[in-house]
Design a protein. Sequence first.
Length: 473
Amino acid sequence: MGGSLLTGLHIALSGLEAQQSVIAVTAHNIANAATPGYSRQVADLAPNPPYSPPSLDQGNGPQQFGMGVTVAQVKRQSSQFLSLQLWDTQTQVGASAQQSTTLGQVQAMLNEPSNTGLNTAFDAFWNSWQNLSNDAQSAAARSQVVAAGQALATQVQTVSGQISGMQASLDASVGQTITQVNELTSQIAGLNQEIAAATAAGQNPNDLADTRDRLIGQLAGLAPVGVTWQKDGEADVAVGTVQVVAGPSSIQLLGTPDPSNNNFLKLTWTQVGIPASIGGGSLGALINLRDQIVPGYLAKLNTLVAGVATKVNTQHELGYDATGVSDATVPFFGTGGAVTAANIAVNPALTANPNLLAAASTATAGPGDGSNAVAIADLQNARFLGAGTQTPSDAYASLVGGVGSDAAAADSAQANQQVLQNSIQSQQQQVSGVALDEEMTTMVEAQNAYAAAAKVSSTIDTMLGDLIGMVQP
């Protein structure tokens, strides 16, 4: 066969076919230049095996002739190292973003500082007692105390209900995220099966691998993932310490109501039957916010409200009403049971008859005595909260400041993690991204190579025509 004209045609044909493949791959890159998660592909050209194969009985002279070019493979430009780093930052961003959003909402519920927040309601309540002490016989002043107490109770109940509602909303989001996790793990397992089949057939399933990486990235935003690549192209995925995707198989995440935790969803892995410990991502943040952070705020509010109600009730029961009758059995808040932020209310007996308010300290001081009202007003500056170190204003400021500090920390963490993620994405883009200028250069090179191969083919065709013409009779 050697250096015959037919060999030349075969070589020219290989060049035409190879450059067509290069142009097709380049066109695919250009078409997907803006596709999220797409990795640039490269047609890896290699020479065909020479003719003839090396052997011991070959004679002198040129023994091997090149046989043209072939597309050895279409490679996907990607870095597993950068992918792992990116998925880790996606987990961190998912967690900090969820915390930032939720804590921002809690801040809005407290609405401080403002003229309509709980702090203003407390001030109005203490001021109403001070006004009553100045004119204990005034029916308007007594009604003002009851109204201020009712306004404070309503405001506290509203905030408490909103925070409790936030827990329920977080639990609903946990349920939605469970569904997303299960959908993603199932899709990743399905792609593993397709990729393994394509790999076994000697193909490079580049686009399928891109899709799988994108889905793993989405899963990483929900929960921390660990990925192990197999020789057949499959990717095994673990969430925490549990392998949730193994080749073409996946296990499901289940959420069941937990009676010991307000019937909020408790997570388990169904097939392995063990609790699911999600320590990061938006799902981990949702669980931590639902079970730890938000209940902590509610507990602080309950401690504040219960402490104030107890002190006010105790002082009120030491006083006497407008007719000189002892109020020893008439609490200001509630009717004798435990007072919480959810149930705080002014005693209905006082709302029906403000004259029952215990403004006086003694039965004989007369209807104008407001000394007990002063004692109640002075509770504003008394340190009976926080183990005797905080006034009511201090305790509430600590609650508001804690929420603000947590929200600021979450915002800062999200910003920092976002910067890191952007940096890794930039590095990944340098490896996997499509540069249109580079693709155009590749296309021009392939076009010129194709034209040259076509010229070779045309030249050989002419030579063959001349040769045939020579041998014709």
